[in-house]
Structure formats: C-alpha cells, structure tokens
Design a protein around this ligand. Structure first.
Ligand SMILES: Nc1ncnc2c1ncn2[C@@H]1O[C@H](COP(=O)(O)OP(=O)(O)O)[C@@H](O)[C@H]1O
Ligand SMILES: C[C@@](O)(CCOP(=O)(O)O)CC(=O)O
Ligand SMILES: [Mg+2]
Length: 384
C-alpha cells in the first residue's frame, strides 16, 4: 500500500516574528506543495528516506534504529510529544553514520524531524519515503512546515492512530479531528527545525485558506478580496531558527521598545484581517482597500527592519517595486528569502513585466502563486 500526502506552503501577509511572541499574524496557503510518498515494505528490513530537492538519500536498517533508540524508551508515545534534547543527540548519531555532507549540515534538522515523526508514529516498520517539493527550501514560504505536515499526514494515514477510508480515489482531505492530529505532530517536527515555532506555518499548511493566529490559537478568516502578490525570491539563503533566536535576543535587550514594535505589528495584522473580510461595494472601494493594504505592508516592513530581520537584497526589492509605486514586504523569517509585492487589480501586465525584468536583472526570481487554497490532502495508490 502506498500513500501520498501533499501540503501547501504559505505566505505571511502580516505579523511574522511577532507571532512567535504571542502577537497576531495573518497567513494564507499558496498553491505550491511538498509531496511525500510512503510505501510500507515487507520485502526489506530498512527505512529509506529520499530527499529529492536537496539530493540526499538515507537508508537505516530497522535493527540499527532500534539499537540506537531503545535506551530512550522507544517505541515512543504515539500521541504528539516533543523530542527531547537527548533523543535529538541519538537521532544525530543515526544521521552522522550516513556521512551527512558538511556543506549541507544546515539541512540535518529536517532529517532528525523525519526520524522523530517516523519512529513515534509508525514505530519500526520498514518503508520507503520520498519527499519532493515545489517550494524553495529555506526561503520564507514555509517549506519546513509543508515538509512536517505532509510527512505527518502520510505517516498517520498508514498508522493505527487514524482510520481512513482507503478506498477513496484521488485527493481527499482529513476530517477535522484527524487534521488536528496531523497539525500537532507537524508542530513537533517544526520545533526540531525552528527551535521555537509559533505554529502559524503548520496550521495554515494543514488547514489551508487564510488564517489569523495568536498564542497558539487559529481563527479562519473569510477573505472577500481578490489578492494578487508577486513573490520575489532573492535567493539569499537564511535560517529561520537563527533569525527567530536573534529577535528573541533583541527582545531581552530592549523589552519595552520591542513590546511597542510588536504591538504595532499586531495592530497591522488586525487591520489586514478586517480589510480582507470586508465586501467591496464597487471598484473605488476595492482600490481604496488595496491602497490601505499597501500602506500596511510598508509599515510592517519598516517594523521588521527595526527588529533586525531585513537584508540588503530585500531592501533592493523594496526600492525597485517602489519605482513602480508598488508596496512590498518580506515574508517568513526574512534575512533574505522571499518578498511579497502587492499587485492591485488595476495594474497593467506591462508594468508587471517591467518590474519582473528589473528584479530578474539582479538575479532574483519572480513568480506568482494562487492564494488561499486547500490544506493538506492525501491519496492512496492501490496498484502497489
Ligand atoms: N523538501 C524538503 N526536503 C528536505 N528538507 C526540507 C524540505 N523542505 C524543508 N526542509 C527542511 O526545512 C528547513 C528549512 O526550513 P526554514 O529555515 O524554516 O525555511 P522555510 O520554512 O521558510 O522554507 C531545511 O533546512 C530542511 O531541514
Ligand atoms: C518567523 C516566523 O514567524 C515565520 C517563519 O516562516 P519561515 O520558516 O521563514 O517560512 C516564525 C514562526 O512563526 O514560527
Ligand atoms: Mg520554516
């Protein structure tokens, strides 16, 4: 039996970083997916992981996994549980034995997350797991969350923890309680990759659409605005864990100033959600709202600069889009990665083409993505 799960990436419209500290963010899923296929094997006694996007393959014998983890009390609890530091050290032993290339060491935490989710949810069953993604990895579009959500979904689909109708054909969504379980496990995976995730990324990847998120609580936002964003990948690599830690350190050094900044960001998120929920009565009203969203993006970006997560490449995108009177902000952790530019409904294709050409001349890559689609989905293959 083979199962495939796909989970979307996301854009944060307002409130990244602030959301880690209990302030509101607004995020939306995008129609770019990470796909995980999982096949249980009765012919082999190994767990194989193929990470196609980063060109790494792993193969562990089930015996070796048991040997390394058994003193920690494995098989672990099959209810969502955090991975202890001691367990991470043992998982690192399993990864190191596979000669992890030094140049890709920043990607190792994703493999620890895999091993934690795998051994907790499926125990020691032999299997082959393949991951591939349409999302750029480590660029602010929530690839880590899409990875954890799609992995959790595929593993749970073949576990005893959820009972699914395996006869369904094509993509299907989880029931609410099952989706909540997927989300909780994905959050545990995100903790291994991000250190201190807010939970917004795994929630929007699991449930899709547009959400508001504050202090671990998600509220669905019924967006009534046709939102179009140009996404520019500066291709400057960065690491969410390090950026989140830097913001926390700045907050401990300047608690009062940071509290004011984070409160201002929350006000921006709240206004975002009010505006996109309102019904446009005519074109004039829609344009006025688009202008307001553009201003909110400029303010949010200014505040993100003040907490230390912008970057010269991001500022370059901002200056360039400003020449065309378009507003932009970074999305995700910043420090490089992707920038959003709001494309108002009245904008001409010619202007977009010119902007894309100019941004391309700096080596940046521009694309657009559908905003606000479905969350995680699964599909069973009956032929294998
Ligand atoms: N398709 C993938 N294959 C392997 N690892 C992945 C994949 N997608 C995400 N990851 C893991 O997530 C990490 C990137 O997460 P992060 O720094 O939060 O950036 P973002 O979530 O914005 O893409 C990678 O270093 C890797 O560990
Ligand atoms: C900076 C943050 O708000 C978003 C990080 O998103 P990404 O991993 O850069 O896609 C962190 C979080 O909410 O967990
Ligand atoms: Mg991430």
């Amino acid at each position: 039996m083979e199962v495939t799960a796909r989970a979307p990436g996301k854009i944060i419209l307002a409130g990244e970083h602030a959301v880690v500290h209990g302030y509101t963010a607004v995020a939306s899923s995008i129609d770019l997916y990470t796909v995980v296929s999982l096949r249980l094997r009765s012919d082999e006694d190994t767990v194989k992981l193929k990470l196609n996007d980063i060109g790494l393959d792993f193969s562990w014998s089930v015996g070796r996994i048991k040997e390394v983890l058994s003193h920690l009390g494995s098989p672990f609890s099959s209810t969502p549980t955090s991975c202890s530091l001691e367990t991470i050290k043992s998982l690192a032993t399993l990864v190191d034995e596979q000669s992890f290339p030094e140049t890709k060491i920043g990607l190792a935490s994703g493999v620890y997350a895999f091993l934690w989710l795998y051994t907790s949810i499926l125990g020691f069953k032999p299997a082959t797991v393949t991951v591939s993604s349409e999302l750029p990895v480590g660029a602010g579009l929530g690839s880590s969350a899409a990875y954890c959500v799609s992995l959790s979904a595929a593993l749970l689909a073949l576990s005893d923890s959820v009972k699914l109708d395996v006869s369904q054909k094509g993509w299907s969504t989880f029931k609410e309680t099952e989706a909540e379980l997927v989300n909780k496990w994905a959050f545990e995976g995100e903790k291994i990759i991000h250190g201190r995730p807010s939970g917004v990324d795994n929630s929007v990847s699991t449930f899709g659409n547009v959400i508001k998120f504050k202090s671990g609580v998600m509220t669905r936002v019924d967006s009534n605005m046709p939102l179009k964003m140009l996404i520019t990948n500066t291709k400057v690599g960065r690491d969410t864990k390090a950026l989140v830690a830097n913001v926390s350190a700045r907050k401990s050094r300047h608690p009062d100033a940071m509290c004011s900044v984070l409160n201002a960001i929350e006000a921006i998120s709240d206004e975002w959600s009010t505006i996109i929920q309102s019904h446009a009565v005519d074109d004039l009203y829609l344009s006025a709202n688009e202008e307001k969203l553009g201003e909110l993006m400029e303010m949010n970006q200014g505040l993100l600069l003040s907490i230390g997560v912008s970057h010269a490449s991001i500022e370059n995108v901002l200056q360039t889009s400003m020449k065309y009177k378009l507003a932009s902000k970074l999305t995700g952790a910043g420090g490089g990665g992707c920038v959003l530019t709001l494309l108002p409904t009245h904008i001409s294709g010619e202007v977009i083409d010119k902007l894309v050409e100019e941004l391309g001349s700096f080596g940046f890559q521009c694309f657009s993505a559908g905003i606000g689609g479905k969350g995680v989905q699964i599909s069973f293959d009956h032929s294998s």
